[in-house]
Design a protein around this ligand. Sequence first.
Ligand SMILES: [Zn+2]
Length: 192
Amino acid sequence: MANNNYAENLFTSSGAILNGHFLLTSGLHSPVYWEKFRILQYPEYTSRLCQMIAGNFSNDEVEVVIGPTTGGIILSYEVARYLGTRGIFAEKTHAGNRALKRGFEIKTGERVLLVDDVLTTGKSIMEVVDVINRAQGKLVGIGVLVDRSEKALDVDAPLYSCIRSETITYRPENCPLCAEGIPLVKPGSSEV
Ligand SMILES: [Zn+2]
């Protein structure tokens, strides 16, 4: 992607790309971890990335932008600001899925852009797709800051990423970092 270097420089200069030995939510180990809130703490950087996402979907007649908590709150707000639409977020429920709260709604047939920070397994994104489908909204696209997925999402909508960076992962029993005796770190942010 043409913007890959520019976007990656923003992540690098904010210290969001960590190198070491990390335990991912999937249980796999990785030498790289993207600490997304290190970039989300800089409104200027976040805004530029959101502008890239908004620009990609500027001709799709988006009516509402939605993201999953927590990073998605910031991203939906900022992308919606560029597109001149509402920006809402979907929160976790006790049942383990996601729902609209706080008086947010998606109307039947409304054109929805889904945004998120780091796409890895796609779990959060698919939970929001479910929210959109239940409301009978029309998903017009998905925009993420970083696409680290290993397999394509099972969604009938285009995906745009500011950065495409494939995940390097090792199973614990085959992990060369474990073999070197490097301490394993479980990163602090909760959602993947
Ligand atoms: Zn390891």
